[in-house]
Write a protein that binds this ligand. Structure first.
Ligand code: AHM
Ligand code: MG
Length: 328
């Protein structure tokens, strides 16, 4: 039988980035700790009375679920206990948090996260996830807002944990994408997908047609192209849209496809957040050989001007992203 490699062993033995950034190892231990707890509670949510709404709205006026809050608290608690983590910013909080240790030289890293993406699926047992990215802070002493407004290309490491039929942690430190499946019995993330590469061509289209009447012409033209019949290019494409970005992206990462959350006439910047969702997932997609765009430029080159910035996004297999960009 093949020897099992857990995430901690993989990081120590295979992750070259740790040679220059050894503190990242501990940040990952903390992310593992928190996401294992989230995974457990997501699996038992109905039994421990934490399904449903928390009876408040987040900074963006969206409904907060009880599990959103709990996941947020656990990530903060775990990361706060690392001397290497200076502070965090979360999709669920208006401002970033500076930890006491931010005054110390060792506290080199900051972490941005969406604690539980796809919240609207929590109560119906569909896949949801935690998305994270780690940056090196630029300041010394007190943390500054500018530490959290770095462009995606400054990411040191990013990834996500999908809580689906399995719990899987997918990450990259800029040298490819690897995935680890949580062995619930052992309580360890075990290497299950090494060096993931997104197929360059695919037949999966992931977009919400609920906004059909609000998309710009270019998006509609692309969708119409996807739905045309053409055997040579395997069209029409199959439509798959869960409404949980992590789940849609994870499927497309492995099988190929294109995921779009474009601008609409009602939301000219789309819905998804640059720092918490689009940057980390574009980083992963790039590392897996796929493409990503806001329709005009390179998402990872956008310098954020605020903590909760939104951006339209299309990402996935390179042939489909190129095709999308060919429509004007
Ligand atoms: P959330 O972070 O509040 O869960 O919102 C983000 C989610 C994404 O996971 C998903 O792609 C999108 O919202 C779905 O939105 P819509 O219901 O408008 O299609
Ligand atoms: Mg989200």
């Amino acid at each position: 039988m093949q020897t099992k490699i857990n995430l901690d062993q993989f990081l120590v033995n295979k992750e070259v980035t740790l040679q220059t950034e050894p503190g990242l190892k501990e940040i990952y231990y903390k992310l593992e700790e928190a996401t294992k707890k989230i995974s457990h509670v997501v699996n038992h949510a109905a039994l421990v009375g934490i399904l449903g709404k928390a009876d408040k709205e987040n900074v963006q006026g969206e409904e907060v679920m009880k599990l959103d809050e709990l996941s947020n608290d656990w990530l903060i608690e775990s990361l706060k206990s690392s001397k290497y983590c200076a502070g965090v910013a979360s999709e669920e909080m208006e401002d970033f948090i500076s930890f006491d240790q931010c005054q110390n030289e060792e506290a080199k890293y900051i972490v941005l996260f969406d604690p539980l993406d796809g919240s609207s699926n929590i109560d119906t047992c569909s896949a949801i996830g935690t998305i994270f990215s780690i940056y090196k802070r630029k300041s010394k002493g007190e943390l500054l807002l500018s530490d959290f407004l770095q462009k995606g290309n400054d990411i040191l490491s990013a990834g996500y944990v999908i809580y689906g039929s399995s719990t899987i942690l997918v990450y990259s430190m800029g040298h490819g994408v690897n995935a680890f499946t949580l062995d619930h019995k052992e309580g360890e993330y075990i290497l299950s997908h090494e060096k993931i590469q997104t197929p360059t061509s695919s037949t999966i289209l992931s977009i919400s047609f609920g906004y059909y009447n609000f998309y710009e012409k270019r998006v509609l033209d692309f969708c119409h192209w996807c739905l045309e019949e053409d055997k040579a290019t395997n069209r029409p494409l199959t439509q798959r849209y869960i409404g949980s970005m992590v789940a849609d992206i994870h499927r497309n990462l492995l099988k190929g496809g294109i995921f779009l959350y474009p601008a609409t006439t009602k939301s000219p910047n789309g819905k998804l957040r640059l720092q918490y969702e689009c940057n980390p997932l574009s980083f992963i997609q790039k590392q897996a050989g796929g493409k990503y765009t806001n329709g005009i430029s390179d998402i990872l080159e956008i310098v954020p001007t605020e903590l909760h910035q939104r951006v339209p996004i299309a990402l996935g297999s390179s042939d489909l992203v190129d095709k999308y960009l060919s429509f004007k």
